[in-house]
Design a protein around this ligand. Structure first.
Ligand code: GLP
Length: 264
């Protein structure tokens, strides 16, 4: 596990975009797992800038999105599909045939549908690089506390804390969806590389638990400790409750000398 500490949000967004840009250049057919959320906005903006100004090419990139609300059509203003369309897909040269998203409109045969999403990931050759955010309760995707660490793509009921956090994105008359389809922890852990981004004080407790706490289904991001190639990209606020910050800085310094290819 590598912990990269950045001064502020704009540094964090640039670092994450550099990480992805480097992976895209190394493999123009990269299979990329993508996350939504406000944390991701700066990174998508920077990737779009690199596409427009530096010709970063997404034409052969294949994407699989982590999760989607159940009950929202793909063009619903609050759907994650729409979020991705507006903030990323429409701003780069993605081939629409390469975009994969859980379908939030299904109304039955959930298990079969979720198995087919897993099958699509396998058929594409697996995810090379998975990008993650983190919820205040330490969830990744919508893997709420007590999710099995071996879970696969499935339907998940959202926790009261997550419903509260999501309410701000919905208008006064709108109901916040209570369920979502999400890749499971087992699915996420099969990705070859993972980066997790976190910004702000509200995430500091979740980050400390995920990185320095025990591996537990109560903080599903802690399962990332079991993965051999995870990079946490944090700003100072999100990192503020980590006990070993100085050590992480030293590891970064040595990594830059010994294995610079590990860094963006
Ligand atoms: C939702 C998403 C997560 C995301 C989290 C944090 O719960 N399912 O994938 O990491 O929100 O969102 P934000 O970046 O807006 O704090």
């Amino acid at each position: 596990m590598l912990v990269v500490l950045k001064r502020d949000y704009s540094d964090l967004a640039r670092e994450a975009a550099s990480f992805i840009a480097k992976a895209v250049r190394a493999n123009p057919s990269l299979r990329l797992g993508l996350a939504t959320g406000t944390t991701m906005l700066g990174m998508y903006q920077e990737l779009a800038r690199r596409h427009q100004q530096e010709g970063l090419d997404f034409s052969r990139i294949v994407t699989f999105s982590l999760d989607e609300y159940l009950g929202l059509k793909s063009d619903h203003p609050r759907s994650f599909r729409r979020f991705m369309q507006e903030n990323f897909f429409s701003r780069v040269n993605m081939d629409p045939r390469n975009i994969h998203f859980p379908d939030g409109t299904i109304t039955d045969a959930y298990d079969e549908y979720c198995a087919s999403y897993e099958q699509a990931i396998r058929a594409a050759g697996g995810i090379d690089l998975q990008v993650l955010g983190i919820g205040r309760n330490g969830h990744i995707g919508f893997n709420e506390p007590t999710s099995s660490l071996a879970s696969r793509t499935r339907l998940k009921v959202l926790s009261p804390e997550t419903l509260d956090d999501n309410r701000k994105f919905f208008g006064p008359g709108e109901t916040v969806p209570r369920c979502a389809i999400t890749m499971g922890i087992g699915t996420i852990l099969e990705s070859r590389r993972i980066i997790l981004l976190a910004t702000g004080l509200a995430k500091a407790g979740a980050i400390a638990a995920a990185i320095e706490g025990p591996v537990t289904a109560s903080v599903t991001a802690s399962a990332l400790q079991l993965h051999p190639d995870v990079t946490f990209i944090l700003d100072e606020e999100a990192a503020s409750r980590l006990k070993q910050k100085e050590y992480y800085r030293q590891v970064l310094e040595m990594t830059a000398i010994l294995v610079p290819s590990r860094l963006s």
